[in-house]
Design a protein around this ligand. Sequence first.
Ligand SMILES: Nc1ncnc2c1ncn2[C@@H]1O[C@H](COP(=O)(O)OP(=O)(O)OP(=O)(O)O)[C@@H](O)[C@H]1O
Ligand SMILES: [Mg+2]
Length: 353
Amino acid sequence: MAKGKHCVGLDIGSSAVKLCVLKGTKRGLQLQAFDYAPLPPETIVDGALLNSSVVADAITELLRRHKIRAKEAAMSVSGNTVIIRKITLPMMTQEELRESIQWEAEQYIPFDIKEVYIGHEVIAPRKEQGQMDVVLVAAKKEMIDDYQNVCLDAGLKPRVMDVDAFALQNAYEVNYSFLQGETVVLLDIGNSVVTMNVVTDGVTMFTRDLSLGGADITEEIQKQLNITYQEAEKYKTGGTPGVQTDEVLPQEVEKIIGEKAEGIANEIQRSLDFYSATAADSRIDKIMVSGGTSAIPSLVRTISRISGIPAQEINPFQNISYDERLFTKARIQKLAPIATTAVGLALRRTNET
Ligand SMILES: Nc1ncnc2c1ncn2[C@@H]1O[C@H](COP(=O)(O)OP(=O)(O)OP(=O)(O)O)[C@@H](O)[C@H]1O
Ligand SMILES: [Mg+2]
């Protein structure tokens, strides 16, 4: 069976659109392009596109900058209006499943079923028990249509619609592989969403999106120092905005970052506690972290300290080669935290359903 080409991976995050293009070669995956275009605050709120034309322009610019000819894209959504549920159903054929999934879904989805698109995937057929585990995904039609339209406006055909949690899982798997019997907590700590996916033996056990992230830190700096959002963002990411030379400010910033990082780690811990209380086997081997906010050096350490579980950053390019005329090692390292979701999307194929 022909494997199809890779889709253009488009991660439309609330702080920036990330684009990734991969190519399969005899020697493994190669990075053809990775780049991002920042989005102004309030362009995307709770996953909804409030200003579609700004997003379409950002995608268009990225395609132009890298002269990308591929035409089919993989995108993802996240946030608390996206419902992901693992359900157990009696063994049935794909056709029977397609017929019954709508009805099954109604029990799990807190929205009017007419307002959502539903996707499903069998993740673990258990023939002996006559059962199968199915992941059910539902997202508001309005939101999905907006993402698809923005993609079309930029001249790309939306081929795959994924969720951040599974794009994260795919990106992790291609770079690290899931070991037998191992439970890994995958985290993506972005600008406004923390995506969590607990994976055992390569199969997702539990997912959750928390509405928090780097924007909360920037807003706190903005408020406490009485400066603009853009200035606060510069301070947070290690720069010094304008000609501001007040030596006291960086110390303040450092304190706010530390406090907020602690808060994020505590929220993550609450979800881990929930997972542990409900899982058949609550043991967790390690926590692997990505997302722009994971670039805060103390954050991964704080997560590890609070959870008591080893934690480290994900390198989404670990198993992906790149042309050294296009990227320096330092550039790849700098881009790594924000790239994981886009890499996971760029792994998807144009002939997938
Ligand atoms: N060096 C850094 N230190 C602290 N924060 C950083 C650093 N670099 C980036 N960030 C923050 O990371 C966030 C962007 O990360 P990312 O691209 O993963 O988010 P996103 O995908 O746009 O957002 P989301 O998925 O939550 O909608 C921003 O809040 C940004 O300020
Ligand atoms: Mg993101």
